[in-house]
Design a protein around this ligand. Structure first.
Ligand code: MN
Length: 291
């Protein structure tokens, strides 16, 4: 199988704060304003490793709404607490994932845990927004906590390289998250002197964010922590090779929704009229209550 072409290869160097707890760089829609080319994914905020000093008051982002999509938060280092207006709450740590379906509309808040805050430490995570097809935009809000124990691990070799299947499937192994459109979200960890190739299902969009180490992708492109590759539409595979160093990637692959995108702040709908309705629903309290 051929290696897919690389349509965009870039890094984002200027962080911004989300609340006071997330120092992120905006990779999607990003500098190329990628939308249909990366559907069903819409937004990707990457918090590269950043040290937060100890504090008595947990940092984060207070109560805010979402509608029409899912937020997927992957923690590499640090600890995150979540609570939402459906009454769901949870805490995740290293190598764990929160998969929240905002669907018809929800209020939530996202904070560093009191324990992490008291000690301080390095935080390293990402948040991905997975758009929902029109038929699921009014899905009942729900929350999936994906712990270290329930994310399947596929061994790539005997040296320690693995793929963790967060959502979708990888060579027939079903991921931990229940998804609402065909997609795969994989955490790929390669030891030094290792090569792996992942075929992308025909017609799917695919993108690769490197979150640690050094590697070469598609046999010629050097890549390191903070680099993002968005692949071309032709059939093919994604090849990653490491030499002296280990490397870790998050691979996002999904069938494009092929529907209009209307985005405004925390809402992701198909039409401007639906955005207006979402704002009205939020303002009139239809998303419930959260202190
Ligand atoms: Mn949020």
């Amino acid at each position: 199988m051929n290696n897919k072409s690389i349509a965009h290869f870039y890094r984002v160097d200027h962080p911004h704060m989300v609340g006071d707890g997330f120092r992120v760089k905006g990779y999607l829609p990003g500098p190329h304003n990628l939308q249909q080319q990366v559907s069903p994914f819409y937004l990707l905020d990457y918090n590269s490793p950043h040290f937060f000093p100890a504090t008595d008051t947990p940092r984060g982002v207070g109560v805010h709404p979402h509608k029409g999509f899912e937020t997927v938060t992957v923690v590499f280092a640090g600890e995150l607490a979540h609570a939402d207006s459906t009454g769901s709450s949870g805490t995740i740590g290293e190598d764990e994932v929160q998969w929240m379906t905002a669907g018809a509309g929800v209020l939530h808040k996202e904070f560093q845990t009191p324990e992490f805050s008291r000690e301080g430490g390095v935080q390293h995570m990402l948040q991905l927004w997975v758009n929902l097809p029109a038929k699921h935009k009014h899905h009942q809000p729900r929350y999936q906590t994906l712990t270290r124990e329930n994310i399947p691990v596929v061994k790539l070799d005997e040296k320690g390289s693995v793929v963790r299947v967060i959502g979708g499937d990888y060579i027939g192994v079903q991921g931990a998250a229940e998804t609402l459109s065909p997609l795969s979200l994989l955490d790929i960890q390669l030891v030094p002197e290792s090569t792996t190739a992942v075929p992308v299902p025909a017609g799917w969009n695919s993108l690769l964010l490197q979150v640690d180490g050094d590697a070469v992708i598609q046999e010629g492109q050097e890549s390191q922590e903070g680099d993002m590759a968005v692949f071309g539409p032709e059939d093919g595979q994604i090849t990653i090779r490491t030499t002296r160093h280990a490397a870790r990637f998050v691979l996002m692959m999904g069938e494009p929704l092929n529907e209009p995108i209307a985005a405004y702040g925390p809402f992701l709908m198909n039409t401007q009229q639906e955005i207006v309705e979402a704002i009205q629903e939020f303002q009139s309290g239809k998303f419930g209550h959260l202190d």
